[in-house]
Design a protein around this ligand. Structure first.
Ligand code: A2P
Length: 304
């Protein structure tokens, strides 16, 4: 079975969750139910993925009790000013329990105009994400345990520092893009020091990933009689990070929760891989270009 990480409020989160982003999990044979029968106990969805209802249906039909599954979902950018409403809509779709509720991006966006909600401190006003976090804290406390933990996604050290000045509840998790070409070691260490767990999306670098062709990762994989994907997940878990890889392919689903163990030397060697020429890179371009177009050119880097 997949190991668990213990979050800062004692809740246990699986080290590998099925990423539901861009997975065409709708309809016949699309294999989210298969993921559960293949042993997945964690599912990572979001209101923005528009598949919470399908995830909820799969949970209901899984034959497992709700306590046996860990489900992450995320407040959409357009919902920053309606946290209570957004949460109740997500709860309803996901069978009345959310194990981890994340603020999807620090930037809230007005859906009708595409404009950013007031984001940076101007005068005495708090940044949008701080006000949104205060609402998430309230909703968490009012949920009577239906929301088991709250956290954020796509936060940098800069946005986090501002958030923590005002937070009563320290976020349990920050979900970010991460893989050997983008290890985010500084952010991870900063978060660890504050008991914030880091969870990685796009840990394989999405489709046609250069990671799968990387010489070092391939040679380590060969020496373990394993695949590059398995090496990447073992590296992440050894560094205390959970991963949310997505696969609609039954064999790769099984492969991704069949964990291997690397030596300390191998983990350290992979830690420095991104320092090689041209390797340090974001691979999750879709999210960035989408975010740029809806958020008026604001990016995580600009905030952090
Ligand atoms: P597929 O669904 O056909 O398995 P990420 O989670 O980083 O966004 O990556 C998802 C992409 O990686 C999908 O295209 C998925 O395709 C593919 N993928 C998932 N698991 C593996 C694996 N073990 N080996 C190679 N590719 C994989």
């Amino acid at each position: 079975p997949v190991p668990y990480f213990t979050l800062n409020n004692g809740v246990k989160m699986p080290a590998v969750l099925m990423g539901c982003w861009q997975g065409d999990f709708e309809g016949e044979g699309k294999n989210l139910d298969l993921a559960i029968s293949n042993g997945y106990r964690g599912l990572d969805t979001a209101t923005q993925y528009k598949n919470e209802a399908i995830v909820g249906q799969v949970i209901a039909e899984s034959g497992l009790s709700r306590d046996q599954l860990f489900v992450t979902t995320k407040l959409a950018n357009s919902e920053h000013h309606d946290v209570a409403g957004a949460l109740s809509r997500s709860l309803e779709k996901l069978g009345g329990q959310i194990d981890l509720y994340l603020m999807h991006w620090p930037q809230g966006v007005d859906q009708s105009t595409g404009a950013l909600f007031s984001d940076q401190s101007s005068g005495n006003e708090l940044p949008d994400y701080v006000r949104t976090w205060k609402e998430m804290e309230k909703a968490y406390k009012a949920s009577n345990g239906k929301v088991r933990a709250i956290g954020v996604s796509n936060f940098s050290i800069k946005t986090f520092t501002e958030l923590l000045k005002h937070a009563e509840v320290v976020p349990a998790v920050n979900q970010i893009e991460g893989h050997p070409y983008l290890p985010e070691a500084e952010l991870v260490q900063w978060s660890n020091e504050r008991k914030i767990h880091t969870s990685l999306y796009s840990p394989l670098g999405q489709s046609n990933s250069p990671l799968l062709k990387d010489d070092l990762l391939n040679s380590i994989a060969a020496s373990h009689n394993a695949t590059v994907a398995q090496v990447i997940f073992a590296w992440a878990i050894a560094n205390g990070l959970s991963v949310n890889p997505r696969s609609t392919n039954p064999e790769r689903q099984v492969q991704n929760i069949t964990l291997i163990t690397l030596t300390d030397e191998e983990v350290k060697r992979i830690d420095t891989l991104h320092k090689e020429d041209g390797k340090h890179t974001r691979l999750c371009n879709v999210a960035w270009s989408k975010e740029n177009s809806t958020a008026g050119g604001w990016t995580l880097q600009q905030l952090g």
